[in-house]
Design a protein around this ligand. Structure first.
Ligand SMILES: *Cc1c(COP(=O)(O)O)cnc(C)c1O
Length: 393
């Protein structure tokens, strides 16, 4: 019988056993290239008739172990790891789309992804439209040439949740695939492939790492042929993950289940706390029972967990946000997320600074919006710290 996710995270990817006393931890294969005894061996490895590696940009034993774990926990049939989340997004698009194709993207995207898609539209002849797939029918936006729908499991920074099953059903009525950036959820909370998506992407820099010390990106696919199309671009364009970073990611994944549960528990507690505080307007977190995304989150997410990210709107706008950020002590102001310690960000000037003010307003990102990445600290300590911060806003 298939073991539960926490068990699989603890045991997968320990590698083959070259001796009767194998190292418990996978060795880091710190090599860019691999040696062949003969031309026949080289042919056999290239033709995939023999197990072996050629050159680390094409694959490395540490990548193999990482990819085995990722494919398994995302319920996919293969995974590839890259040097950053943006590298993973870029090779997915470059691998699956060509000039003349149409890409339908959700409006609630990571700022870098939004800019990349606009760049593809302007410079590479890929037509891109943005639509609010949380609220609108994807079928209304599909064209004959739509080959990919792209969205995030939990959107950044308003934590909105789209119905992946419904989007996949619309896409699969034609020759169109669905790619889901699941960075904010992690496979502990949601497995988009099991809901009908074709490809899952992560910025592994975030929860998969969780310690703010690795840049990485991941692609997992339901169909190995789709993964091959993507990895062809990965090999050609070359955003290769270093073996050391692959090894650190494996180490981080061992505690992913534990970490995600604590992140989600602290985020839920903070969301409830902020919702009643002075200076705070709306609080955005799908775990709140009055969130418009609460029901879909309940259906798509595991064990009632809604992730470690939340946002709140300060009623005093930018001036209040400046005071809030100036009052931080133990909590850090970081333009990133998902570390073991709680941090806050200011989307208007960080992740979404590349958008025009009009585009930001349209996306609902106001000047008083603060994004919180709930860490692993004691929940009562966090509440006390945020109380002190808000008292001086
Ligand atoms: C950070 C992030 C990315 C980009 O990943 P990098 O590792 O910074 O390149 C993509 N999508 C989401 C949702 C992110 O949070």
């Amino acid at each position: 019988m298939k073991k539960n996710l926490a068990t699989r995270l603890s045991r997968l990817g320990e590698g083959t056993r070259p001796s009767i006393t194998p190292a418990k931890s996978l060795p880091i294969t710190w090599s860019s290239v691999f040696a062949f005894d003969s031309l026949a061996d080289l042919e056999a490895v290239y033709q995939k008739e023999a197990a072996g590696h050629i050159y680390t940009r094409l694959g490395n034993p540490v990548h193999d172990a990482l990819q085995e774990i990722l494919a398994d926990i995302e319920e996919g049939r293969g995974a590839r790891a890259y040097a950053s989340g943006m590298g993973a997004v870029a090779v997915t698009i470059l691998g699956l789309l060509r000039s003349g194709d149409h890409l339908l993207a959700d409006t609630g995207l990571y700022g870098g992804t939004y800019q990349l898609f606009n760049d593809l539209a302007a410079r590479f002849g890929i037509a891109v439209t943005f639509a609010d797939l949380k609220r609108e029918d994807p079928a209304d936006h599909l064209r004959d040439k739509t080959r990919l729908i792209y969205l995030e499991t939990i959107s950044n920074p308003l934590m909105e949740v789209a119905d992946i099953r419904r989007i996949a059903a619309a896409a699969h009525r034609q020759d169109c695939r669905v790619a889901v950036d699941s960075t904010f959820a992690s496979p502990v909370i949601c497995r988009p492939l099991s809901l009908g998506a074709d490809v899952v992407i992560h910025s592994a820099t975030k929860y998969l790492c969780g310690h703010s010390d690795v840049m990485g990106g991941v692609v997992v696919a339901a169909d190995p042929a789709v993964l091959e199309e993507i990895h062809r671009a990965g090999v050609l364009y070359g955003p290769t993950l270093s073996p050391m970073d692959a090894w650190l990611l494996i180490r981080s994944l061992r505690t992913l289940d534990l970490r995600m549960r604590r992140h989600a528990q602290n985020a839920l507690a903070l969301a409830g706390f902020f919702a009643g505080q002075p200076h705070v307007g709306r609080v955005f977190y799908p775990g709140l029972s009055d969130s418009p995304f609460h029901d879909i989150a309940r259906r798509q997410f595991s064990d009632g967990l809604c992730g470690g990210m939340l946002s709140l709107e300060l009623t005093g706008g930018k001036a209040a946000a400046e005071r809030f950020l100036g009052n931080l002590e133990g909590i850090k102001f970081l333009p990133s997320l998902a570390g073991y310690s709680t941090s806050v960000s200011y989307p208007a000037a960080t992740s979404h600074r590349g958008l025009t003010k009009e585009a930001r307003a349209k996306a609902g990102i106001g000047d008083g919006l603060i994004r919180v990445s709930a860490g692993l600290e004691d929940s009562a300590d966090l509440r006390a710290e945020f109380t002190a911060i808000l008292e001086r806003v």
